[in-house]
Design a protein around this ligand. Structure first.
Ligand code: ZN
Length: 113
């Protein structure tokens, strides 16, 4: 394995299962097939089967927002796929609203809109 492959493998191992599921479903189109294979192998090790991956993909197709190329839009506040977008507030230290800006939000951050 080269240094880049080692970094990819290390990243996969330290990522949580939900993040890996998002990568092989919502962001699959933008990924290299080798990375997809490695993530699916890791998911199998964690006890996630093909049916669960298909369920995650189906849920994403129903709820996520997509770019024209078919890749899910990413939340403005984290790496999860966005389910909602609109005007929100840029907040000083995460609290004091300063100016409005366009946000894309995942289910966890949807209350920001
Ligand atoms: Zn988010």
């Amino acid at each position: 394995m080269n240094a880049d492959a080692d970094k990819v493998q290390a990243n996969i191992l330290k990522s949580d299962t939900e993040d890996l599921l998002d990568r092989v479903t919502a962001y699959r189109i933008g990924m290299e097939s080798q990375a997809i294979d490695e993530i699916e192998r890791e998911l199998r090790k964690r006890g996630v089967n093909a049916v669960q991956i298909a369920d995650h993909r189906e849920k994403c197709e129903r709820t996520c927002l997509f770019l024209p190329d078919g890749i899910a839009k990413t939340c403005s506040l984290c790496r999860s796929p966005a389910i909602k977008e609109g005007w929100g507030w840029h907040r000083l230290m995460g609290k004091v609203p300063i100016f409005p800006h366009w946000l894309r939000c995942c289910s966890r951050h949807a209350s920001q809109l």
